[in-house]
Ligand binder design. Structure first.
Ligand code: OGA
Ligand code: NI
Length: 343
């Protein structure tokens, strides 16, 4: 495992300094494939640099998002209530989860974005242009990463994951989270400890889709759940890097790889003094896609761990559960199955 950077130390209980894998995508492809697989097996999470997405586009997307959140409440509400797509404040999902944030959740499909732009932006064609370009760039990056993962896993079909995201009916989403400072008057020196002045922004969860690509402004807040050398779970703060993307494995990728890659549990903290803004592309299959451990991932030594399910069934289950539920467990095969994997 190549670990090039270490996150900052945080004094909060159960919050440790841990190295997050940093993967340079300009390195030779076989090396990158190997390192990505290792990172996804060990952490389900890594950071990419030299990813090829233009800095101008990243900044345009960030500014467009910031402008949206600076609108008066009644303008933002024109995006519609979060059902689940739309504009939400504090409430996440349908089951009582709350956090210190507001968000805009969009379908990543261009016609959806075009339609929403007309109701939420004073410059709808610019809004659509920026969001669609950004979605195109991060979808492309996701597909590249998924193809390299498939190569590293030695799958016969190296497009097994990426075809689901490039499908015209892909149910991928774009989520923009804004964590306003909850106490602007707080001075930073509270016990000299920045981590002490945080609140839950977005509670512990795993992302349900295949892959997530997150980019944030320069404000910390993201934490991932890891095991320390003693086997205890610890929250590891991830240092922000607006020039990079953070990639995490989602539940469907864990299921398709028969549990080899880990859908990482993570959360975001809101702090008292600075606004964090994050933009996440969630790469998902079409609703009717049947998800099952791939045949290459199943063998007598590695019997099938999950029952087949459609993405639509998975979403339906998820909407009935709290954010922190380990919902993939509900789809575990009762008895590990040897030979009846589905393609
Ligand atoms: C999410 C998420 C983290 C963040 O929206 O699924 O994990 O930093 N967000 O906003
Ligand atoms: Ni998430």
């Amino acid at each position: 495992m190549v670990v090039l950077s270490t996150s900052p130390v945080c004094n909060q209980t159960a919050c440790n300094a841990v190295g997050i894998p940093v993967i340079d995508l300009s390195r030779p492809r076989p090396d990158v494939s190997r390192i990505i697989v290792e990172a996804c097996k060990e952490f389900g999470f890594f950071k990419v640099i030299n990813h090829g997405v233009s800095k101008t586009l990243m900044e345009q997307m960030e500014n467009t998002a910031r402008e949206f959140f600076s609108l008066p409440a009644q303008e933002k509400e024109k995006a519609g209530p979060p059902t689940p797509l739309g504009y939400g404040v504090r409430n996440i999902g349908f089951n009582g989860d709350v956090g210190e944030l507001e968000y805009l959740l969009l379908h990543a499909n261009p016609s959806f974005i075009h339609h929403k732009a007309k109701v939420i932006s004073k410059e709808p064609s610019f809004f659509s242009y920026v969001v669609n370009e950004y979605v195109g760039a991060v979808r492309h990056l996701s597909c590249e990463i998924l193809d390299m993962l498939a190569e590293g896993l030695k799958l016969r079909n190296t497009k097994a994951f990426s075809t689901l995201l490039s499908d015209l009916e892909s149910d991928s989403l774009l989520r923009i989270n804004h964590y306003p400072p909850w106490n602007k008057n707080n001075n930073l020196s509270m016990n000299g400890n920045k981590c002490g002045s945080t609140r839950i922004g977005f509670g512990e969860h795993s992302d349900p889709q295949i892959i997530s690509v997150l980019r944030s402004n320069d404000v910390e807040g993201l934490q991932i759940l890891m095991s320390d050398p003693g086997g205890n779970s610890v929250w590891a703060p991830v240092a922000p890097d607006p020039d990079a993307f953070f990639i995490n494995v989602g539940d469907l990728l864990q299921a398709m790889t028969n549990g080899r890659l880990l859908s990482v549990r993570h959360r975001a903290m809101a702090n008292s003094h600075e606004a964090r803004q994050s933009i996440i592309f969630f790469g998902a299959p079409p609703l009717h896609s049947l998800i099952s451990p791939l045949p290459d991932m199943v063998s007598p030594a590695d019997p099938r761990k999950y029952n087949p399910f459609t993405w639509s069934e998975y979403k339906k289950t998820m909407y009935q559960l709290r954010l922190s539920h380990s919902r993939l467990d509900l789809f575990q095969a009762d008895e590990p199955q040897e030979n009846n994997s589905l393609d």
